[in-house]
Design a protein around this ligand. Structure first.
Ligand code: NDP
Length: 275
């Protein structure tokens, strides 16, 4: 059986190492491959996947939102978030899911953070931020969002309002009452390889020792932001745990089997360390 990743570009992905290690550990004759798909070929590629014996695919940049009109069905979470990162192919039908939200949630809970009744500040308003904000707001957190392009954050607030969830948009980080923050999430790409020296958090603003700081970036595994947070005494969570959990949820959707997350974590970490 075949599964894979559609995106443009896709060659830096650690998903093949992670999923193929899990298939091998369970003795499943499945194969996960990279499928580079240029934006103007998306519709055609989906038709070819239907004919090509695929059980499903993961979806990454730039197709997470643009893929939605071509799907036969979408999960409630994918519709609320407005993005799909996992597709199941069943009886010639394409069914879209978003496992980023639950992947984030599992990683957060696994680290011992209880989101209900707490205050979260999310940096970013792209596809990943949408999933994070949905998970946190649905889980009972008060959510504030800052984004470089404020209009995008306002668009996210309006979309979530449609499913009964609220968030506040922050124009300037310096205006925030930082003592009220419990969780800071970086869902921007600032600090990602090859710009590891950059941080989304201004050096002029403090980080609370009582904060939990979650950086979605997993390459590098130890980002500049996480180093700042650790130096301030905050609890830190890196993006690798979320990567593994979103992958494990996709694995389960495709195979119906419980994935070996420890094997997936080791394979993803090894793949990242080898870069
Ligand atoms: P998008 O391209 O959809 O969004 C990028 C976000 O980063 C936007 O909010 C954008 O702001 C912001 N941004 C980019 N460059 C800058 C900059 N120089 N200054 C300020 N803001 C900036 O990407 P995704 O949402 O898909 O991914 C975001 C990050 O999350 C990536 O690093 C990705 O690797 C990571 N990720 C991790 C996952 C995991 O499992 N751990 C899963 C998915 C993503 P603006 O709107 O103003 O352009």
């Amino acid at each position: 059986m075949r599964v894979g990743l559609i995106g443009w570009p896709v060659e830096h992905s650690v998903s093949p190492a992670m999923h193929n290690a899990a298939f091998a550990a369970l003795g499943l004759p499945w194969r996960y491959t990279l499928i580079p798909v240029a934006p103007d070929r998306l519709e055609q590629e989906l038709a070819e996947l239907k004919a090509g014996g695929f059980r499903g695919v993961n979806v990454t940049v730039p197709h997470k939102q643009s893929v939605m009109p071509y799907l036969d069905e979408t999960s409630e979470a994918a519709r609320a978030i407005g993005a799909v990162n996992t597709i199941i192919l069943r009886d010639g039908r394409l069914i879209g899911h978003n496992t980023d939200a639950d992947g984030f949630w599992r990683a957060l809970r696994e680290a011992g953070y209880e989101p209900a009744g707490k205050s979260a500040l999310v940096l970013g308003a792209g596809g990943a931020a949408r999933a994070v904000v949905y998970a946190l707001a649905r889980g009972g957190s008060r959510v504030s969002v800052w984004n470089r392009t404020a209009g995008r954050a306002r668009g996210l607030a309006l979309d979530l309002q449609k499913v009964g969830l609220t968030l506040s948009v922050v124009a300037r980080l310096s205006d925030l009452e930082l003592a009220d923050v419990d969780l800071l999430v970086n869902a921007t790409s600032i600090g990602m390889w090859p710009h590891e020296d950059a941080s989304p958090w201004p050096a002029t603003l403090p980080i609370g020792a009582h904060w939990t700081v979650f950086d979605l970036i997993y390459n590098p595994m130890e980002t500049r932001l996480l180093a700042q947070a650790a130096a301030a005494g905050a609890r830190t969570i890196g993006g690798l745990a979320m990567l593994v959990h979103q992958g494990a949820l996709a694995f389960e959707l495709w195979t119906g089997k419980s994935p070996p997350t420890d094997v997936m974590l080791a394979a993803a970490a090894e793949s990242l360390e080898g870069r």
